[in-house]
Design a protein around this ligand. Structure first.
Ligand code: SF4
Length: 232
């Protein structure tokens, strides 16, 4: 199966981002505008992992800048976090879409497991470079990518988990799922749960360092200075 092949000499996020810009590891690059790589604090203690870029992210070349991203920003603030303190990325770096209304609108299409697996090497290396203390999976695709296909948001949510990379992890909904809730009261309630999930992750990220290190990627992971996000 074709797959992304991050260059071994890409030892910074900028170098990795540049390399990912020309990735042809699966077919998704053919219909997308550009690679949408992760961004944020390169020394973040908290990493947020989503599914894939959407329409606006595809055009902007940045993750979580569309409606779901704006909701995420709001939730982060309510959870006592500043988006500039965290690192935000997706497990799939190109926008997968289908045409609607005679081809005028591009609608999100869920990436397949083969595409997730093809793109995973970028995330693995991003993770190794950032070395977060805590990983938050936003939605089912991210949760399955980290914990395996049996992972479920409903049963994993609200608990501190241990990721296969050896860091503390949390699973919650993708912010786009909140946007799709039609009733205001239910949407507001789900937003409160989402904020509570993020707050739990933020508190975990403030706790002293982990005992284990990332198991994937090259040896001798780089560590930054103290990186726990402040809730103040
Ligand atoms: S989705 Fe990932 S693996 Fe596929 S072309 Fe884009 S960057 Fe490469």
């Amino acid at each position: 199966m074709p797959t992304a092949r991050p260059p071994e000499d890409a030892t910074t996020l900028d170098a990795l981002r540049r390399a990912a810009a020309s990735c042809t590891g699966c077919d998704l690059y053919k219909r997308a505008t550009q690679t949408v790589f992760g961004e944020g604090n390169p020394h973040a203690s908290l990493m947020l992992l989503g599914e894939q870029p959407g329409h606006e992210e595809d055009l902007a070349g940045r993750p979580f800048v569309g409606p779901a991203g704006r909701l995420l920003d709001k939730a982060l603030v309510q959870a006592g976090l500043d988006r500039r303190q965290v690192y935000v990325t997706n497990i799939v770096k190109h926008f997968k879409w289908k045409a609607k209304e005679g081809g005028k609108r591009r609608i999100h299409e869920k990436p397949g497991r083969n595409e997730v697996e093809a793109c995973r090497p970028w995330f693995d290396k991003e993770f190794w470079l950032v070395q977060p203390e805590v990983l938050v999976c936003l939605g089912a695709t991210a949760a399955a990518a980290v914990f395996g296909p049996a992972a479920r948001v409903g049963t994993s949510r609200g608990r501190e988990l241990s990721s296969p990379q050896g860091v503390r992890a949390f699973v919650t909904v993708h912010p786009s799922a909140i946007l799709r809730i039609p009733k205001d009261a239910e949407r507001a309630a789900e937003m409160r749960r989402f904020v509570a999930d993020l707050r739990r992750a933020a508190l975990a990220a403030r706790r002293p360092s982990r005992a284990t290190r990332v198991s994937r990627g090259p040896a001798t992971p780089r560590r930054g200075p103290s990186r726990a996000p402040s809730r103040d």
